[in-house]
Ligand binder design. Structure first.
Ligand code: NAP
Length: 517
């Protein structure tokens, strides 16, 4: 805590010159309030102990909106990961043997604590990730909902009895926890990407080693602190961060880790999938998307604009389900482009703590450079910027919300995730063409369609090679529905009654010799 306190004090002093600015004052008090809160942690969690890296190395966590240092956290590697695996392995013995009701009560308590610290957790997310506070608070509720849902679901892990083929036999199917789980998560949802994995894992009796992104570890650590406060026993939930590939390799190589669950880029997901082969681990992957957002001529224009705006610009375009290609039918194209641009123009860019801000900064300089290179590629191939198209005058990693027209399928903007506030508009003529363009990608996570034609809704939903389809709606994620991709967007599903299966093994038991007295 000493390091964190020092670093947070630094924020306060570095904002002194701007003290008269209300948002600077607010940030100052947010930082110092968090410093004094019971959820703020800046060490790793192994076996219930808050620990530093064995060699004392640390890494800085920055506020992407200001560049200021929020805290230093341990830069861990193989050694600490192996310690975390050992404690998770040990804890598995007792945690998996608790009754489902006992585990459920711990999770429910954890949920209650997350919700009672919603404000602080939201502030922490905004501080280290940059998203507007309103969105951050939304993420806390969304993230917590997985803990609540799986607290309930813990009690519904039913087995089966199978009618036997021989009269003196009885056949059963048991569902048992897979064991120790390694969970690797990204920075764009610092809380929800963790709870979506840890909720079901803990519910069915698994124990977990979490590796949050080095960019946003503080939210993960705060959530882990609340898990301890909720009475989740030491070793059941461990958090290590630092050298990503060393931590990943330790998780992959350990025979004690029986499952890897990963959310992040497709490139890293493929590496982990290959690495998991060495010890034949279970693996779930939530990877990148390239979401089409198809607007048909018969769509309600207002609904389409509102939906596309939400699907594209949430978290400044930095979500895996963000609309990456807005594919618009020729009859509505001009009207849509105009109305959509007007709506985009109204998005206020700024620090996430400032009232009314809808677009925070991008996570880092590399993210801005990626956006710039994609845009450059599109412009060189004939696309036109009709709004934005450059860094924001606020500096740092703020980027202007951007709309680009005349985008073609061969441009980087249409082929890969831009992961930023740029909406590329493509034009199509027929339903068949829209489906072909939409499916012309290796990704298959989320897709959106806007139409008032019921038959088309069904036809297109069925034809889209995607794991999630939003119809006349841009925000579709919920804890009660299965989330996940097809093709190279991933393996497995998170959330919903299906999500817990990822953490369960089926065991078939055959009881013979039934007729013996
Ligand atoms: P990333 O670079 O793949 O990082 C994700 C996580 O993997 C981070 O914790 C990272 O650690 C870690 N990592 C990096 N290299 C590793 C390695 N060799 N071995 C083990 N772990 C390693 O992805 P990101 O940039 O953080 O996140 C953005 C991507 O996530 C986008 O493609 C987005 O679409 C995808 N995403 C998908 C979903 C979904 O549900 N499908 C949800 C959210 C995001 P460090 O950060 O510490 O380097």
């Amino acid at each position: 805590m000493g390091v964190a306190r020092f670093a947070l004090c630094k924020i306060a002093s570095s904002t002194l010159p701007r003290m008269h600015h209300p948002s600077a004052l607010r940030k100052m008090s947010v930082a110092s309030d968090l410093k004094n809160s019971t959820i703020f942690r800046s060490q790793g969690l192994i076996g219930g102990q808050w620990v530093a890296a064995h060699d004392g190395k640390t890494l800085q966590v920055n506020n992407p909106s200001t560049g200021e240092i929020i805290a230093d956290v341990p830069f861990m590697g193989r050694r600490e990961t192996n310690d975390a695996i050992s404690s998770a392995y040990q804890a598995f013995n007792s945690w998996s043997k608790l009754t489902a009701t006992e585990r459920s009560k711990c999770l429910r308590k954890w949920y209650d604590l997350i919700m009672s610290h919603k404000e602080e957790l939201g502030q922490l997310i905004t501080l280290e990730q940059g998203k507007p506070l309103k969105e951050a608070l939304g993420e806390v509720s969304y993230g917590a909902s997985f803990i609540e849902f799986f607290a309930e679901e813990a009690k519904r892990v039913y087995g089966d009895i199978i009618p036997a083929t021989l009269a003196d036999r009885r056949l059963f199917v048991l569902k048992q926890p897979v064991g120790v789980v390694g969970a690797i998560t990204p920075w764009n949802f610092p809380l929800a990407m963790i709870t979506r994995k840890v909720g079901p894992a803990l519910a069915c009796g698994c124990t977990v080693v979490v590796k949050p992104s080095e960019l946003t570890p503080l939210t993960a650590l705060a959530a882990a602190e609340l898990a301890l406060q909720a009475g989740i026993p030491p070793g059941v939930l461990n958090v290590v961060m630092g050298n990503a590939s060393d931590i990943g390799d330790a998780l992959l190589e350990s025979p004690q880790v029986r499952k890897i669950t990963f959310t992040g880029s497709t490139a890293v997901g493929k590496k982990l999938m290959a690495g998991a082969a060495g010890t034949v681990k279970r693996i779930s992957l939530e990877l990148g998307g390239n979401a089409p957002c198809i607007v048909f001529d018969d769509a309600d224009l207002d609904v389409a604009v509102k939906g596309a705006l939400a699907a594209k610009f949430r978290n400044s375009g930095q979500t895996c389900v963000c609309a990456n290609r807005v594919i618009v039918q020729e009859g509505i194209y001009e009207k849509f482009a105009e109305a959509f641009s007007k709506a985009v123009q109204n998005l206020q860019v700024g620090d996430g703590f400032t009232e009314g801000v809808a677009q925070g900064p991008l996570i880092n300089e590399a993210a801005v450079q990626k956006v710039e290179s994609f845009l450059q590629d599109a412009l060189s191939k004939g696309a036109k910027v009709i709004l934005g198209g450059k860094r924001h005058s606020l500096g740092m990693t703020f980027y202007e919300p951007t709309v680009v027209t005349d985008v073609k399928s061969d441009m980087l903007l249409a082929r890969e995730e831009v992961f930023g506030p740029v909406a590329p508009l493509l034009r199509f003529k027929t339903e068949e063409e829209a489906i072909r363009i939409a499916n012309d990608t290796n990704a298959g996570l989320a897709a959106y369609i806007f139409t008032n034609n019921v038959q088309r809704t069904w036809r297109v939903s069925e034809a889209l090679e995607y794991g999630l389809v939003g119809v006349n709606e841009g925000i579709i994620s919920t804890e009660v529905a299965p989330f996940g991709g097809v093709k190279q967007s991933g393996l497995g599903r998170e959330g919903s009654k299906y999500g817990i299966d990822e953490y369960l093994e089926l065991k078939y038991v055959c009881l013979g010799d039934m007729n013996r007295e």
